[in-house]
Every structure is written in C-alpha cells, then in structure tokens.
Design a protein around this ligand. Structure first.
Ligand code: SAM
Length: 130
C-alpha cells in the first residue's frame, strides 16, 4: 500500500473518502442486527468463548454487543478512521501498531479482546493472529 488503506488498484478509495468526509452515516446502525441475534448459536457453535471474525467491519455495533458477552472480536477494515470510530464511540481504550503480516496496522483494546486490522481484506491472513 502506498498510503493508509490504499491498494494498487485503488478499490478502497471510495470507502476511505467516505469515512474521512462524513459519508458513512447511512451504513452505521447503532443497534444489534436481528440476523446476528437470530443465528448466534449457529455461528458460535454454542461456545461462549468463540473468537468471532468480522470482515469489512466498519464500526459495526454488534461487535461491542458480542464482545460484551465475552467473545474475542477480530475485525478487518480498510479505514483507520472507521476503526478509531468504533473504539472511541464505545469508549474502549486501544493501542495501535504496524502489522507487516497484513501490510497495515493492528488496533487492540487493552485487554486484547478487540483486535481490528486496518488493511485490505485481500491482504489479511491468519498469520497475523498467530
Ligand atoms: C457497507 S460497509 C459495512 C460495515 C459493517 N459491516 C456494518 O454492517 O456496519 C463496508 C465496509 O467495508 C470496508 N471496506 C471496503 N472495502 C474494503 C477492503 N477491500 N478491505 C477492507 N475493508 C474494506 C469499508 O470501509 C466499510 O467500512
């Protein structure tokens, strides 16, 4: 990437621009998604400690709901603004560090329960998670 979140074909440029210039409000839903509630048992396999993966996560409200139940949340989002919005609006303190494995950065809550990668989804791979 030449700069934050920008891939060689620029496919993320529209999203980065929307996050940075106030165009994301139509996508931001500040309440739990009914389907995520409905299928909870299925995608956690009934495991209350399951780590849950949210590709293209933005600042999705369900992440804080599920993190609050005790799940570890791993998100991938190209916009650092989107990730910081998630942490700030939920008043979760975080650190950020470069992450070469995804050609981006990793933002983590202090307790490590929330881990958000700012990168192109096509650059994400499990090695970042160890
Ligand atoms: C329609 S929004 C969905 C946000 C979230 N899943 C929700 O339901 O609230 C799509 C999100 O994917 C991110 N995104 C788009 N292309 C991406 C890519 N190639 N890699 C990582 N994130 C990307 C955008 O910045 C945006 O936040």
């Amino acid at each position: 990437m030449s700069k934050e979140g920008e891939s060689s074909d620029g496919r993320m440029g529209v999203w980065l621009d929307m996050w940075d210039n106030g165009g994301m409000s139509e996508f931001q839903v500040n309440k739990p998604h009914p389907k995520i509630q409905e299928h909870y048992e299925f995608y956690t396999s009934g495991n209350p400690d399951a780590t849950l993966f949210f590709p293209l996560c933005g600042d999705m409200h369900d992440m804080v709901v599920l993190g609050g139940k005790g799940h570890t949340i791993v998100g991938v989002e190209c916009s650092e603004t989107g990730i910081k919005t998630f942490f700030n609006k939920n008043k979760i303190e975080f650190t950020e560090e470069k992450c070469d494995a995804v050609k981006g950065k990793c933002f983590k809550s202090k307790d490590g329960r929330y881990r958000m990668y700012s990168c192109d989804i096509f650059d994400f791979n499990k090695s970042a998670e160890g």
